[in-house]
Write a protein that binds this ligand. Structure first.
Ligand code: SF4
Ligand code: SF4
Length: 258
């Protein structure tokens, strides 16, 4: 990665990882096939997948969520007290390409993950944003097209993710670990299943005593049977609100026989 030297006024002359801006500021960027770096950012990189990303990609590829997760992702555990996260498993070729990259570009472009839509913009907390790359890597940062963050997100179709994943961010604050390793492993499994392995979560809530235990009426059950997004949002609400350790264990044993 290159780092641009400060210009004569003591400011840095070009955009790059050093740059920081707010949502109201304009930044310059344009990504297109004519750039020498085209598709360079689709290699050897950690692409985190949100729950909605996993859902969209698995449906695009015609795979049950469990098969998609096994074939295309790595589950990571950030620290002992955190919840699992999911990243794309890069190919094991020389330059560690994303499995969805083809010579013609991204093969899942319309369903590409949220972080691919945001790139090169990086969220740095509060109303602070920056770039994940420098101009030596990402030549699009030298282009003249101007955006605010909101305009960029709308252009990339990433704005609707925030609405669809309302509730997901609340889970770590509301779903507490017990300090007992086996029980905490179960809590992590429930989190992973409800957030990422949606087809398994559907079996879990419709295949045993879940409906009765958590007061799911027949109309809601019918909707959760056919509507993936409703099921995803139900899972967020359940984990952050109605989750009950003992009942969730009993239902797991009942439905999955363990
Ligand atoms: S999903 Fe598409 S845009 Fe994202 S890294 Fe892979 S090939 Fe690139
Ligand atoms: S490195 Fe930057 S400009 Fe080049 S393809 Fe990736 S995002 Fe686009």
């Amino acid at each position: 990665m290159s780092h641009e030297p400060p210009d004569a006024g003591g400011r840095r002359a070009e955009q790059g990882r050093h740059t920081e801006f707010t949502g109201g500021d304009m930044f310059k960027f344009r990504c297109h096939e004519g750039l020498e770096c085209f598709n360079r950012c689709c290699r050897d990189i950690n692409i985190f997948l949100s729950p909605y990303d996993v859902l969209r990609l698995s449906r695009k590829l015609g795979l049950p969520t469990g098969d998609f997760l096994t074939r295309f992702t790595i589950r990571m555990q950030p620290g002992k007290g955190g919840f699992p996260v999911v990243i794309i498993k890069m190919r094991e070729d020389a330059d560690l390409q994303c499995p969805f990259l083809t010579p013609r570009g991204c093969s899942v472009y319309n369903e590409r993950p949220w972080s691919c839509r945001m790139a090169p913009v990086e969220i740095r907390g509060g109303d602070r944003y920056g770039f994940a790359f420098d101009t030596g890597h990402c030549r699009g940062l030298l282009e003249d097209r101007e955006w605010t963050v909101a305009q960029w997100m709308e252009n990339q179709g990433s704005d609707k993710y925030q609405q669809l994943e309302i509730g997901f961010r609340d889970i770590p604050e509301k779903l507490r670990f017990t300090g007992f390793p086996d029980l905490d492993a179960h809590i992590r499994e429930m989190f992973f299943m409800a957030c990422y392995d949606l087809d398994m979560f559907r079996r879990y809530i419709l295949g045993g005593g879940f409906q009765q235990a958590f007061g799911v009426d027949d109309d809601t059950a019918a909707r959760l049977r056919r509507d993936d997004v409703a099921l995803l949002q139900y899972g967020f609400t359940w984990l952050a609100g109605d989750f009950n350790l003992r009942r969730s264990l009993e239902i797991r044993n009942e439905v999955f026989g363990r």
